[in-house]
Design a protein around this ligand. Structure first.
Ligand SMILES: Cc1cc2nc3c(=O)[nH]c(=O)nc-3n(C[C@H](O)[C@H](O)[C@H](O)COP(=O)(O)OP(=O)(O)OC[C@H]3O[C@@H](n4cnc5c(N)ncnc54)[C@H](O)[C@@H]3O)c2cc1C
Length: 291
């Protein structure tokens, strides 16, 4: 077997919240064949599988995960220009923000809205990540997935993308289809103008992002309002449980002040949900995944 399965790997270091207990089993894979090997191993040992991207939209419980965590690390980028247009074929393990910067530096637009967006291409496709006027649904042409041991090519429609969701996120089947690579449509653009636009996005992102470890927005925005505004109006900015705090700067962020437990975060999530439900009759829905 070419893939190495390790035992009791602490997961906190793989998450942007810096929270979470160990994975009973853990493997890095860089090819579809390595993923297949690891999945076969999990099948033989009858353990559940979880696919980890950049861990930037994920709360891992302190008890950890009693199965196999698979981290897919294909970071390849192939650019296929055709005149003023191009397609970018990107491995699912590639960092979203870094890849977008590389493309923009070569004068290719289409993904520039994702400047500073944490996480991987695979995680972004799973959750239809979006910001600053763009989202994955708007630019994805097709993707390749490992599903039931076969590599399948999926057109965009098959993902049934919605606001921060896809068929993958909604269904959560086991074993889950794994995004291997995605293809995006790009257009030629002026490099300087792109760089300036992305600098503006970076500055705006920085001004809105609270200090500390977080997973970005905890809840999805309910129709026609923002989760952050509701939580703030419920008087919860700065609320603390243990070492976790509802951020002063942005109430839809919960920050780990250092040493927060998953229970601290979950208790704040519950508090925000209950309070917003009671005060405004609105049910907050989680954007973040819980493992
Ligand atoms: C400071 C901060 C700001 C953020 N701002 C934004 C924002 O503006 N907009 C936004 O949309 N999000 C934002 N996020 C959330 C996060 O960046 C995105 O949701 C991101 O796309 C998650 O990608 P990931 O690789 O980290 O996924 P992970 O957190 O590792 O995983 C999330 C889910 O995706 C699944 N997954 C990961 N890779 C694959 C794969 N290859 N195949 C199948 N399933 C996979 C996992 O199983 C899991 O269920 C922010 C996060 C932080 C920390």
């Amino acid at each position: 077997m070419s893939v190495t399965i390790i035992e009791n790997e602490p997961l906190a270091k793989y998450t942007s919240w810096r929270i979470g207990g160990p994975a009973r089993w853990f493997a890095n894979a860089t090819t579809a064949d390595e993923l297949r090997e690891a999945l076969a191993w999990a099948h033989v040992h009858a353990v559940p599988v979880f696919v980890l991207g950049g861990g930037t939209n994920l709360l891992v419980r302190d008890a950890g995960f009693a199965g196999l965590v698979l981290r897919y690390r294909d970071t390849s980028l192939q650019l296929r220009p055709q005149g003023e247009r191009a397609t970018a074929h990107i491995g699912a393990g590639a960092p979203m923000a870094g890849t977008v910067r590389r493309l923009a530096a070569q004068g290719w637009a289409g993904l520039e809205w994702a400047e500073g967006l944490p996480g991987t291409i695979g995680g972004a496709v799973f959750g239809n990540a979006g910001c600053y006027g763009g989202d994955i649904a708007g630019v994805l042409q097709r993707a390749w997935l490992l599903a039931s041991n076969e590599i399948e090519e999926w057109p965009t429609e098959r993902f049934v993308f919605g606001y921060r969701t896809s068929v993958l996120k909604a269904a959560q089947t086991q074993p889950a289809p794994i995004v291997l690579a995605a293809e995006f449509a790009l257009q030629r653009a002026d490099r300087q103008a792109l760089a300036e636009q992305m600098d503006r996005t970076a500055a705006e992102r920085k001004s809105k992002t609270p200090w500390g470890s977080s997973c970005g927005s905890v809840f999805k925005n309910p129709p026609s309002t923002s989760a952050g505004r509701l939580i703030e109006a419920a008087g919860l900015k700065g609320a603390r449980i243990g070492q976790a705090e509802i951020a002063q700067k942005h109430a839809n962020y919960i920050v780990n002040l250092g040493g927060a437990s998953s229970d601290d975060i979950l208790a704040l999530i519950e508090l925000a949900r209950e309070r917003v439900q009671r005060e405004f009759g609105i049910e907050l829905v989680l954007e973040v995944q819980i493992l």
